[in-house]
Design a protein around this ligand. Structure first.
Ligand code: AMP
Length: 417
């Protein structure tokens, strides 16, 4: 019987690992520079946590949850996002007890049962960060600055930060009613289920992929016209802080994000060429989520960049990440040299270098073939002549040049590279 990996969940194979490592390391370095601390919540949580946070009408909860009943009869779900888990952990462990703001970051797999396609997976990976306990526009701006600098640090030149303000619940209610009135004729032709969903959360209509609806909404009501004074002032201050930080952005009224918990600031980073529906990252302010999940009212803001999309954008812009080369392949030219090759391998590794050697008694020719294939920079060769002379033959595998060095200097040759 032959097995295949699950649909929408890729194997990350060794040839792709360097770019994954590079992206994860870039993120880690960056958020550490801004003073964020890492958290690692579990991959699964109570189903209700996500219903409570993302919202019942969100696509994530209504269509895409990997939920299951465990052997103890509990309704659980693989995490479809990490913000809910981070907030749950923040509350459970009183991470805010020493005062705010608390800055946290994370990295890991996310699970959504959507329809797989380019840039859309059922298991994908996010890095992300959350600032808990700051109502300041400077916090929104810091989060967006980190997101933007992440993409520039990856070498992307065509990543665009798109910002919007969707206000608080009263503004959203006013806006929702105006939207429903504006699209009433279109809505009358939709299924009853779609109508019910639209009435429950009209904001979702702005996220719809229906071309007719999008055309209709183009000259529909604008959230900006519905905002309260505080939201308006907050939004303006966020843009000022961003400008002060030298972060380029565009205000885009079309950005609403698919999760219920956002308040005021929402943003995405878009990559030119990826298409508007494939954002690089999404984020925003969520001032009511912490209290929704049982905590004291705590203003918060965060962002989650997807890693698969970062890789796609890097490919589109031709950003390459070099594969780190193996330092040496150790060749035993004769049977009698195998023990010495074993010792030499130990010395090479003890000095912090990476090497391979044959385990299976392969012929000299086969060992050289493997050495070439391994991508190693040098071959260190020991046969009977070298044993007798106490030397090692060092061959540059790229140029074919070779020379003899005293055994005690072989490792030093690697250092010189
Ligand atoms: P969201 O949590 O929906 O705001 O998405 C945040 C980011 O996660 C997006 O900008 C993407 O980079 C990534 N993302 C979301 N859904 C998927 C998916 N199905 N496949 C791959 N990446 C995704």
């Amino acid at each position: 019987m032959k097995f295949q990996g699950p649909r929408g969940a890729d194997d990350v194979l060794p040839n792709a690992i360097p770019v994954w490592r590079h992206i994860e390391d870039t993120w880690r370095r960056l958020v550490t520079q801004y003073g964020y601390l890492e958290v690692r919540p579990p991959m699964f949580e109570s189903y209700d946590l996500f219903v409570r946070s993302s919202g019942e009408t969100s696509d994530i909860v209504s269509k895409e949850m990997y939920d299951f009943t465990d052997k103890g009869g509990r309704h659980m779900a693989l995490r479809p996002e990490l913000t809910a888990s981070v907030v749950r952990a923040y509350l459970e462990h009183s991470l805010g007890a020493a005062g705010g703001p608390v800055r946290l970051w994370y990295c890991g797999p996310i699970f959504r049962y959507g329809r797989p396609g380019k840039g859309r997976y059922r298991q994908f990976h996010q890095v992300g960060l959350e600032v808990l306990g700051s109502p300041s526009p400077a916090a929104d701006a810091e989060v967006m600055e980190v997101a933007y600098r992440f993409y520039t640090a990856l070498g992307l030149r065509r990543a665009k930060l798109l910002v919007n303000n969707i206000g608080r619940f009263d503004a959203r209610e006013r806006f929702g009613e105006a939207v429903l009135a504006h699209v009433a004729a279109w809505l009358a032709d939709q299924t009853e289920e779609d109508r019910a969903r639209a009435h429950k959360n009209p904001m979702r209509l702005l996220d719809s992929k229906d071309a007719d609806l999008q055309a209709l909404l183009k000259d529909g009501p604008r959230i900006a016209d519905c905002l309260g004074d505080e939201s308006r002032a907050h939004g303006e201050a966020v843009l000022e802080r961003l400008a002060e930080a030298g972060v380029p952005f565009e205000v885009d009224p079309g950005i609403v994000r698919g999760l219920d918990y956002y308040t005021d600031t929402v943003f995405e980073v878009a990559a030119e060429g990826l298409g508007t529906s494939l954002s690089l990252c999404g984020g925003g302010r969520y001032d009511t989520l912490v209290s929704e999940l049982g905590g004291q009212p705590t203003p918060a803001v965060g962002v989650a960049p997807g890693l698969e999309r970062a890789i796609l954008a890097m490919e589109l812009e031709g950003v390459e990440v070099p594969n780190p080369a193996l330092d040496a392949y150790l060749v035993a030219a004769t049977e009698g040299a195998r023990a010495t090759i074993g010792e030499l391998a130990g010395e090479v590794r003890a000095a912090g270098f990476a090497c391979l050697r044959d385990l299976d008694g392969k012929s000299l020719k086969a060992q050289f073939k493997q050495a070439d294939r391994s991508g190693a920079r040098l071959a260190l060769i020991v046969g009977d002549d070298e044993l007798a002379a106490g030397t090692v033959t060092v061959r540059d595998l790229a140029t074919g040049e070779q020379g003899s060095v005293p055994r005690s200097e072989a490792v030093a040759r690697l250092k010189g590279l």
